[in-house]
Design a protein around this ligand. Structure first.
Ligand code: ADP
Length: 560
């Protein structure tokens, strides 16, 4: 958060004029006279070269000594050197002559460190450019924009510095985009530029933006979960996904709704440290795992945040290397930043008693973030949620067009046996990641965490003497937040609002993110029910041809 604030301050800080060349190397506009003299120097240079070469050839032909230099040759050499210096030293000469006047740049009284200097490129005279100068999808509105584009294309101004130099994120994105199109010769038409708040992603969500990708958001519901009805947004380009999940929601609602339980709520981070011997690594393991030390360690950990609260530390040793898996509650934040700050505090603290401890990495992959890992599947990461529903036999027949018996059998063969045959890790389900990722994108979660968040075991059993179907999803790693990261962006925030879990829960911090995790599990349950039913009834290919392919494509496929 501090970093972000600092970044925002930087953007607004104006530049002292004499720092221009250090900060940005953006040359002020070059007058026509300089272009003229610059061209003349090229002509003089090549004329002198030509004259000297022809003179020396003549001397060699006639046997005259080369070291005897005639006055005309001296003039030619002087012209050669002069024009060379003028041409290649032009930037330097220009910087001396065209040093910007104090009035050209807005000034600021505060003396800032050099790296803190930001250049708002606002020259006094902005020449409007003719309409035909509108290039590609970017409206280049001023000669100054044109100048900056040339400077970025030439590699003088780094593309990443545009936001801080211009102090206008939309303009920076437009200029970067135009630069990219010119440099690559490829059009970005179709990738929208306008209609997005570029300021909102600065220093937080995405660097060097050139536009934004549009993903349609569909809704499913009502999802009847724990006695409440939710309309769930899903951002996807996979036809049938929304329709299918919606059918699952209908089956759940018609059967009385689903129920969820949060079993555990804790984000993890596991640094790796190295010692000189195995014994020393074990000493630290025992120290960390001793209940007598927990209070002292958690006090240090918790001091990093109002919301991060240490829950436990699990250690694993590989030779003289120790992996410590810290787990903590993180309020309504997904919690990666929070847990990392707490872990850093503890590492600093441990150094006092274990000065021989060498920190090799704050993340040692025993966490384990964005990678399939048994430790997550067994221990959990984020929110561990179980969600269940009892579907009435009638609903299974009329809405899902299959039977309890067939669904139970298919679940054993596919989600349990088939996944075991495939050596699955957490993949004992039909398509949990489909639903989860679509909700993650819609609500501003980190979609890369779908790897472990989608770990899911789907169970189906006949109950009530075989009349009804008990179906459940067990998901040990749902990593979601309702504050921080992409959740604060306008579109994502609107989707969280639709679910009634936007932002921080003031009364009970953590309730919003836990509620979101329940909704994810409930929606996955709906998705599992519907896809399994489609498979059982043999509808899958038919419905995909209807919703997932335009009729044009189908014809093409058929004719080929
Ligand atoms: P993450 O750890 O998920 O990356 P951040 O640490 O970037 O999230 O964002 C969480 C920020 O939101 C912290 O600065 C925290 O103090 C603040 N915050 C405000 N209210 C809450 C809340 N209810 N739960 C968690 N964090 C909150």
């Amino acid at each position: 958060m501090d970093v972000r604030r600092r970044h925002a301050e930087l953007v607004e800080a104006p530049l002292k004029p004499n720092k221009l060349h250090h900060a940005g190397k953006v040359a002020p506009p070059v007058p026509a006279a300089f272009h003229l003299t610059n061209a003349s120097s090229v002509v003089v240079f090549f004329s002198a070269v030509y004259y000297l070469l022809s003179r020396w050839r003549e001397k060699i032909r006639t046997g005259a000594p080369l070291h005897f230099v005639a006055p005309s040759e001296m003039v030619a050499i002087a012209s050669l050197v002069g024009s060379f210096v003028w041409f290649f030293g032009f930037d330097f000469v220009q910087s001396l002559i065209l040093r910007p006047s104090l009035e050209t740049w807005t000034d600021d009284e505060t003396e800032k460190a050099e790296e803190d200097i930001v250049v708002p490129l606002k020259p006094k005279m902005v020449e409007p450019i003719p309409e035909e100068k509108v290039i590609g999808t970017v409206n280049i509105t001023s000669a100054e924009d044109e100048e900056i584009i040339n400077s970025v294309v030439a590699g003088i101004t780094p593309s990443y510095s545009l936001e801080s130099k211009l102090g206008d994120c939309r303009r920076a994105a437009g200029i970067r985009r135009e630069t990219l199109q010119r440099a690559t010769g490829r059009s970005l038409e179709g990738l929208p530029l306008d209609g997005f708040d570029y300021q909102s992603i600065l220093g937080q969500c995405c660097e060097m933006p050139v536009g934004y990708v549009q993903i349609p958001v569909g809704i499913v519901g009502p999802l009847k979960l724990d006695g409440v009805e939710y309309t769930v947004p899903m951002a996807t380009t996979e036809g049938t996904l929304v329709a299918s999940t919606n059918r699952g929601c209908k089956a759940i609602a018609m059967s009385g709704g689903a129920t969820s339980v949060i079993l555990r709520d804790g984000m993890t981070r596991a640094p790796v440290v190295r010692f000189g011997t195995v014994t020393r690594a074990a000493d630290l393991k025992f120290f960390l795992e001793s209940p007598a030390n927990f209070d002292a360690i958690s006090a240090v950990f918790n001091s990093s945040s109002r919301f991060g609260r240490l829950q436990d530390i699990k250690c694993a040793i590989a030779g003289k290397n120790l992996y410590m898996r810290f787990s903590c509650s993180t309020g309504d934040a997904m919690g990666m930043n929070m847990v990392s700050k707490g872990v850093q505090n503890v590492l600093d603290f441990l150094h006092k008693d274990f000065p021989d401890m060498e920190v090799m990495g704050i993340s040692g992959n025993f966490c384990s973030d964005k990678k399939p890992a048994a430790v997550n599947w067994i221990e959990g990461r984020g929110k561990s949620v179980v969600c269940e529903a009892i579907l009435k036999g009638d609903v299974v027949r009329k809405i899902l067009k299959t039977s309890v018996e067939v669904l139970v059998e298919l679940n054993v063969l596919k989600n349990l046996t088939g996944s075991a045959m495939a050596g699955a890790l957490g993949g004992f389900n039909a398509h949990a990641s489909n639903i989860l990722t679509a909700i993650y994108i819609a609500t501003g979660q980190d979609p890369a965490q779908n790897v472990e968040s989608s770990h899911c075991l789907t169970m189906m059993e006949a109950v009530n003497e075989g009349q009804d179907l008990h179906v459940s999803v067990s998901m040990p790693c749902i990593e979601v937040g309702t504050v921080g990261g992409g959740t604060q962006l306008a579109s994502q925030s609107a989707c969280l609002n639709l679910l009634g879990v936007k932002g921080a829960n003031k009364k009970t911090p953590g309730d919003n993110s836990r509620q979101l995790a329940r909704i994810v599990a409930g929606s996955v349950l709906a998705g599992e029910i519907s896809l399994m039913s489609a498979l059982a009834a043999g509808h899958l290919v038919k419905s995909h041809m209807k919703y997932n392919r335009s009729s044009k494509d189908v014809l093409k496929v058929a004719s080929s």
